[in-house]
Design a protein around this ligand. Structure first.
Ligand code: ADP
Ligand code: MG
Length: 644
């Protein structure tokens, strides 16, 4: 048989290798900025167009290159940073594999200008798809400027794989921030589509954090510091009260390189134990300096994981240093994100704005007419006064809540029973439920799944288990509902609906709420502004690091606003949920996640019932917006089997 093995042509090999180094515009940004840092620049400018899909340019005033080096720099394994394998153990630079420029040049149009400081003139090189198309002597500034255009122009599949500009820009900003935080002594600027996103003069660590994340950050920072034989630790943590519901600013740097380390992260979290709620995330900017020989940096260039020789010691040092700082600065636990379930059950609470006029007056009420039985309508709708309730018997569940909530205690004993009995028969008289598994859609089609009351004895229709599940009976057995997921589903459909029909009701605020966040977060909110308006947010001003809100959805309270927006920003940054869904969908998911009643919250009976009814009035009651089951059923047969 003939020989069949061939060496891949260089440009093919380069393209394949490029796939590893360059996954998205942000990877190019990282490599180019790191090269500029390695070149000793004191000023670095990043210019991006269309989130880097059209242009990424990095201009530095670093060492520059000779014409020969400029040409060589695009060759694979061309690096000035190591000469032998031993050098790997004493690395002080970011790059060392000599792969980045070759990879970038293989999949984009690249133009480089570069000049050594003592030279009169420099060089200009153009490379397209890995081939040098032009090279000439050029008049240019000291240092290097590299422009990368039309990323993935020759690999359409990868280009198509890129996410929205919003998401890609977020990644670019992340990379930019990571390098900028690691090098406060370097002046950084970033422009996107001609707008000045960041302007960071050379300063110190604290000032750099503040310049990136906004002036309000300053008062949140608690300094951390410790020097031992193993590590020199410095940086800041956020005060416990500034812990966030979503992962916000969490940065580790080892020898001025951003890294991720779940293990060290755990050390930080454990230092905050008892000071913040379990679901809250502490913010931190922590810089570790260790002997380069004690870390394994010989890892993939795009990965941020790192291997330490002595992780356990680092863990202990980190934990105790942070604890010490928190103690020293006398930080008391003052965090309460969650609402008090007893006083303020989300259902009643959210419905508050619509309680007033609609509940007591039922102009259609006719004591001699039998209430028609009804399908449940879309009803947790706090702000949807009367929507779907029609004029007849269709009574949204919040109105039921209100009714049951009103009468004096002794009265309610009767009223409650009466109501429930009546509604049981009203609602369920026509129900025929098959035994066996009951799926959401079937449930709806068949009308209702709840057990018909015998009429003779008052049956408890719902029961809250461990502040987490709502249990209720159905003909074939029982259904167990996850309260958090179920409420997410209800809110999700409600928000989606409001966004599509643009019917969200806004409550005007007497005093506008002013929030501060980083300018990149403000940029992100710009993109979401219109959709937010559909659900009732009135955003007046989005400038610099300031957001002014003059109206909020009727179903939301003022104190929730910052948490909602914070979560929203975090979700859009993290691309959760993923890009295959529309902006409206993502917004609705994020809001439902934030506003849904958590497990751990006590729901009164009325709220439990409302939740059950609202859930099964949904289009897709059986899964949460995140595709997790909202309820399970256990049939009597299942139970019987258990007793065998
Ligand atoms: P690495 O950074 O791993 O060495 P790169 O492909 O990123 O590999 O760069 C190749 C070489 O090109 C570097 O080692 C450096 O000598 C040179 N180089 C790249 N960018 C710059 C720059 N902005 N200024 C000066 N030299 C640079
Ligand atoms: Mg490099």
């Amino acid at each position: 048989m003939a020989d069949i093995i061939q060496l891949l042509p260089d440009h093919v090999a380069n393209q394949i290798a490029a796939g590893e180094v360059v996954q998205r515009p942000a990877s190019v940004v990282k490599e180019l900025i790191e090269n500029a840092v390695d070149a000793g620049a004191t000023e670095i400018k990043l210019i991006v167009k269309d989130a880097g899909k059209t242009l990424i340019q990095v201009v530095d005033n670093g060492s520059g290159m000779s014409a020969t080096d400029a040409r060589l720099s695009f060759e694979r394994h061309a690096t000035s940073k190591i000469r032998s394998a031993e050098d790997l153990f004493q690395l002080g630079t970011k790059g060392f594999r000599g792969e980045a420029l070759a990879s970038i040049a293989a999949i984009a149009h690249v133009e480089m200008h570069t000049k050594l400081h003592h030279e009169e003139v420099g060089a200009r090189i153009r490379i397209e798809g890995g081939k040098i198309t032009e090279q000439e002597v050029a008049v240019t500034a000291d240092g290097t400027s590299i422009a990368v255009k039309n990323l993935f122009f020759n690999i359409p599949a990868r280009r198509n794989f890129l996410k929205s500009n919003q998401v890609e820009l977020r990644h670019v900003i992340d990379e930019f921030q990571r390098v900028a935080l690691a090098h406060p002594d370097i002046h950084f600027d970033m422009y996107h589509n001609g707008n000045d996103l960041f302007s960071l003069p050379a300063s110190n660590y604290r000032q750099r954090v503040v310049n990136i994340f906004g002036n309000k950050t300053n008062e949140k920072l608690v300094p951390v510091g410790e020097t031992t034989g193993v590590v020199k630790l410095s940086g800041f943590v956020y005060k416990p009260e500034n812990a966030r519901k979503s992962r916000g600013e969490q940065f580790f740097f080892v020898n001025n390189r951003f890294i991720k380390s779940p293990y060290l992260h755990h050390a930080v979290v454990s230092a905050f134990e008892g000071l913040i709620r379990e679901q809250a995330h502490p913010g931190y900017f922590l810089y570790l300096e260790v002997n380069p020989a004690t870390v394994d940096i010989n890892i993939h260039p795009t990965k941020t994981e790192i291997k330490f020789d002595d992780e356990h010691t680092l863990y202990a040092i980190l934990r105790s240093a942070i604890k010490h700082s928190l103690g020293q600065f006398n930080i008391a636990p003052v965090l309460d994100f969650d609402k008090d379930g007893g006083l303020d059950t989300p259902y009643d609470y959210k419905n508050k704005p619509v309680h007033v006029p609609t509940i007591e007056v039922d102009s259609d009420f006719n004591p001699f007419r039998e209430e028609e039985s009804q399908g449940n309508t879309f009803s947790s709708g706090h702000s949807q006064t009367g929507s779907g309730s029609g004029s007849g018997g269709g009574r949204p569940s919040w109105q039921q809540n209100a009714r049951q909530g009103r009468p004096a205690d002794w009265e309610s004993l009767y009223v409650g029973l009466g109501d429930r009995d009546k509604s049981d028969t009203d609602h369920f008289s026509s129900v025929e439920i098959e035994s066996g598994e009951v799926m959401g859609s079937e449930v709806r089609q068949s009308g209702m799944l709840f057990e018909e009351s015998s009429g003779s004895e008052p049956s408890v229709t719902t029961y809250q288990l461990h502040k987490k599940y709502i249990v209720t009976t159905i003909k074939s057995g029982m259904v167990i509902i996850d309260q958090y997921r179920a409420h997410q589903r209800v809110l999700y459909e409600q928000f989606l609906r409001q966004m599509t029909v643009k019917e969200g009701i806004s409550q005007q605020l007497l005093f506008p709420i002013v929030l501060y966040c980083s300018s990149s977060d403000v940029a992100l909110l710009h993109e979401l502004k219109d959709t937010l308006q559909f659900i009732g947010f009135a955003i007046d001003k989005l400038e610099g690091d300031e957001i002014t809100i003059t109206g909020i959805p009727a179903s939301v309270s003022e104190s929730e606003v910052s948490i909602i927006l914070e979560q929203l920003i975090a979700d859009f940054k993290d691309e959760i949920p993923d890009r295959s869904f529309s902006q409206t969908d993502r917004l609705a998911k994020s809001l439902s996640k934030t506003l849904a009643v958590r497990s751990g919250e006590i729901l009164n009976e009325a709220s439990q019932e409302a939740l059950v009814n609202d859930l099964f009035a949904c289009k897709e009651p059986n899964v949460s917006p995140f595709n997790r089951p909202t309820y399970i059923t256990i049939t009597v047969e299942d139970l019987d089997k258990k007793f065998l």
